[in-house]
Design a protein around this ligand. Structure first.
Ligand code: BDR
Ligand code: CA
Length: 305
């Protein structure tokens, strides 16, 4: 079984990815969550994962991560995820707290102890950038980093860049240059694997987890509805799905370089096919992806009643 840590800034799509990973606990042994500033402040996104844990009645350690990118200032995205970072579901304030240890120091401890760990990164790469610049030798203990981030053909935050990479391009560069095997799910794979708005109606049914997902989509889909789109990308779901079944995606091997500056280009991911230890997902089997997602939520409805 693969040991995984999820690095996250929940985030509507982060939670849907996390739920799918939880449903596959016989394939992915989820050791912990590490939070990081991204969609909202690190305190808000940490609070969100703690709320979801209490709602589900689960107890996976949560480590609060970096509150600002390595060089830039934090730039939360309330238009996409609301003031809380997870607007929509109304959940009680959590009793549970994050662990005392910071995410970066936790990564150091766990990587020194464990044989090999896979990191699923659903947020800006600040925690990993700080980790690898402070303790570069630990790159050997990371089996792979499966991440949502990057774009091959046009960004969602500036002309060329995707939000997670743009928010902390310096950290992204450290990660992509580290020699670690990186699996990148860029915007294009997420667009290909998107959920139809009509399909989100399936969550309006009995079930504690379906109710959570329905409330998440209630807010998250507004962006697509306002633009008359018939679908929306559950971005962060894609790297989790890849770890569950690589055949859901068309992928290419090569090397990704990160552009650090330029108004239109900061955070751009430049992909060169060929030699390299980066796998880039370029297309997805949408219906097969959605089947795994829908089945995961159904399973969790039965597990967490
Ligand atoms: C990424 O940015 C965030 O808004 C989402 O959670 C996802 O990780 C998409 O660009
Ligand atoms: Ca995210």
């Amino acid at each position: 079984m693969r040991k995984v840590i999820i690095d996250t800034d929940p985030g509507h799509d982060d939670i849907m990815a996390i739920l799918t990973a939880l449903a596959h606990s016989s394939e992915l042994e989820l050791l912990s969550f590490c939070t990081v500033a991204g969609n909202q402040t690190v305190d808000k996104v940490t609070n969100n994962i703690l709320k979801v844990e209490e709602y589900l009645g689960i107890n996976i350690p949560v480590y609060r991560g970096e509150e600002r990118p390595m060089v830039k200032d934090p730039q939360p995205q309330p238009q996409a995820h609301g003031e809380t970072g997870m607007d929509g579901p109304i959940l009680p304030e959590p009793l549970k707290k994050a662990e005392e240890l910071s995410a970066v120091e936790y990564y150091k401890q766990i990587l020194e102890k464990e044989d090999k760990v896979t990191i699923i990164a659903l947020a800006p790469l600040t925690n990993l950038g700080v980790l690898l610049s402070r303790y570069p030798h630990l790159s050997e203990k990371i089996e792979a980093i499966a991440l949502m981030g990057g774009a091959l053909d046009g960004g969602n935050i500036n002309k060329c860049a995707e939000f997670n990479i743009w928010h902390d391009p310096e950290a992204a560069k450290i990660v992509f240059d580290s020699g670690i095997r990186v699996i990148m799910a860029p915007l294009e794979a997420c667009y290909a694997g998107a959920i139809l708005l009509s399909e989100t109606e399936r969550f309006r049914k009995e079930g504690r987890v379906s109710k959570l997902v329905d409330d998440l989509f209630g807010f998250y889909c507004r962006y697509a509805i306002e633009r008359n789109w018939d679908r929306t990308s559950v971005f962060d779901l894609m790297p989790v799905l890849y770890l569950l079944d690589e055949d859901l995606f068309v992928s290419e091997k090569g090397k990704v370089d990160i552009i650090l500056d330029g108004e239109d280009t900061q955070g751009q991911t430049v992909f060169t096919k060929g030699e390299g230890n980066h796998i880039v997902l370029v297309d997805a089997d949408r219906e097969a992806c959605m089947k795994i997602f829908f089945d995961a939520i159904d399973l969790l409805d039965r597990r967490y009643q």
